[in-house]
Design a protein around this ligand. Structure first.
Ligand SMILES: O=C(O)CCC(=O)C(=O)O
Ligand SMILES: [Fe+2]
Length: 298
């Protein structure tokens, strides 16, 4: 039986469109979002780091797959991808049930020829396999295609609609379909959709940039505070710093010292109150503060 394919949207779509498709299917491809020049620039910045990366330590990471991280520290163009307006608009909508969201990880995934398919999984299993309620989304993920993604070269395998399945299920390649897309396109997928890196049966390397976001009351998969040295962090836009985690998750998570907003440590020069409020979360934070004070009085 022909498996259901991942739907495609045009580059002119909105974050609301992408979020709606994610709610329906758990995955959607947006075609030709970034230009060929942009992909060339990304490749030029990333190549030296990719060349120095050793293959994965186990079959889940992929013994013939190179995973290169710390992309905010290493690549100016990746910073732009992290802050891509379509990605942020999608997160804002798809993760709107939380006060704010944050950057979860940045990783080039280069699947080499001969690599077998990765175990089909949900990315949210990273949270110690906690069983989040069905429909309660904790991640919004992207894979930007740096090469064409084809069935042959290891395009991500996805089970559209599996965001609504039970947890901890096991699947094989036959249950999935290949998220085929052209270089410069992007696959959006939820933390709840079953998927995995495809087997690379070609003679070329398949390269994607995985940039994921999660609710800011959860732990980040990539430690941005150590991956990006403070001297580098100090040069970054406030909006990016907030995404990296230099913000409080909900009312209190991640404060520093005497209840300081972490942005005040990185950028003592700016007035922290309300500065760089990328996700309109200031109002929600104030409301949470009011509610906490109310309940303390009772
Ligand atoms: O590289 C891919 O296509 C997907 C990889 C993946 O799902 C993962 O490493 O969690
Ligand atoms: Fe994954």
């Amino acid at each position: 039986m022909e498996k259901e394919k991942v739907q495609h949207l045009p580059a002119s779509c909105s974050g609301d469109d992408v979020a709606a498709a994610l709610t329906a299917d758990g995955a959607v491809i947006v075609d030709s979002v970034i230009s060929s020049d942009f992909v060339n620039d990304l490749n030029a910045e990333l190549r030296p780091w990719m060349e120095r990366t050793t293959p994965g330590p186990d079959s889940f990471s992929g013994k013939n797959t190179r995973r290169t991280g710390a992309l905010v520290a290493r690549s100016q163009k990746c910073r732009e991808l992290v802050m891509h307006p379509l990605a942020l608009a999608t997160c804002r909508k798809f993760l709107a049930h939380a006060t704010s969201f944050q950057l979860h990880l940045t990783q080039v995934i280069a699947i080499g020829p001969g690599e077998p398919g990765q175990t089909i999984h949900r990315d949210q299993w990273a949270f110690d396999f906690f069983g989040f309620p069905r429909g309660f989304e904790v991640q919004c993920n992207t894979i930007w295609a740096m090469t064409d993604f084809t069935e042959l070269n290891g395009a991500t395998r996805v089970i559209p609609g599996s965001n609504r399945f039970d947890d901890k299920l096991r699947f094989t390649e036959e249950d999935t379909s290949a998220a085929e897309m052209t270089r410069g396109s992007v696959l959006f997928y939820s933390g709840s959709v079953y998927h995995g890196g495809g087997p690379n049966r070609s003679s070329e390397t398949r390269v994607g940039i995985n940039i994921t976001y999660n609710l800011s009351w959860l732990r980040q998969e990539e430690n941005q505070y150590l991956a990006v040295p403070l001297e580098v962090a100090r040069t970054l836009p406030v909006e990016l710093l907030r995404l990296m985690g230099y913000q409080r998750g909900a009312y209190a998570l991640g404060y520093v010292g005497d209840l300081l907003d972490p942005i005040q440590i990185v950028r003592p020069d700016i007035l922290a109150a309300g500065a760089g409020d990328v996700q309109g979360s200031a109002e929600k934070l104030k409301q949470q503060g009011r509610e906490l004070r109310q309940s303390a009085k009772r």
